[in-house]
Each structure stands twice: as C-alpha cells, then as structure tokens.
Design a protein around this ligand. Structure first.
Ligand SMILES: [Zn+2]
Length: 98
C-alpha cells in the first residue's frame, strides 16, 4: 500500500493503526484544502467530494452537524476507518485480478 501524507493526521506506523484525531488536528483538517487522500477539498469540509460520497448517509449527516471539540473528531475517525476499509477492498480487488 502506498504511503499517504495526511493533513495534520498522525499515524502510529509501528502498530499500523490510526491515532485518534486531536482537537488541533481536527482544526488543521477542516481548514486544509487538501483531503487526507491527497485530493482537493473545500476548507470547511472534512473530506473531498469523492470521499464524502463514499460515506454512509448517517456519517455524512454526523460530520456535517458535528463541531470540533464536540464529536467532530470521533465522526472523522469513524469516517476514516470506513474510507480506508473501502480503499483496502478496492486495492485487494485490483490485486486479485477480478
Ligand atoms: Zn479524499
């Protein structure tokens, strides 16, 4: 899997697990014009349009309504897990030559 540089998002390389997003990281993420995937996004949005469309409706609503320091970080982390799971599934499908 290629290494992706995330906007202000720390990753525990040894465990290969995502670290929980902190309050200050969440601020960086929301203000950035680059999505965690490297795609363009609008400041004020958590993800680019492509990633946003991949999220379940409930998570989209949660991210839209969440405020940093009041649930945004948790919703963002859950969204990241969903997106990474889907990305891994796509990568596995491509490698398997389906
Ligand atoms: Zn993206």
């Amino acid at each position: 899997m290629g290494h992706v540089v995330r906007a202000g998002h720390a990753q525990n390389e040894e465990a290969g697990e995502l670290m929980p997003t902190s309050w200050s990281e969440a601020l960086d993420i929301i203000q950035a014009n680059l999505c965690y995937c490297g795609g363009d996004k609008l400041p004020g949005h958590a993800f680019c349009r492509l990633d946003h469309n991949r999220l379940p409706e409930l998570l989209k609503l949660e991210l839209r309504g969440a405020v940093i320091g009041r649930g945004f970080e948790e919703a963002y982390d859950r969204a990241l897990v969903v997106l990474e799971t889907k990305a891994a599934a796509r990568a596995a499908g491509a490698a398997g030559g389906v």
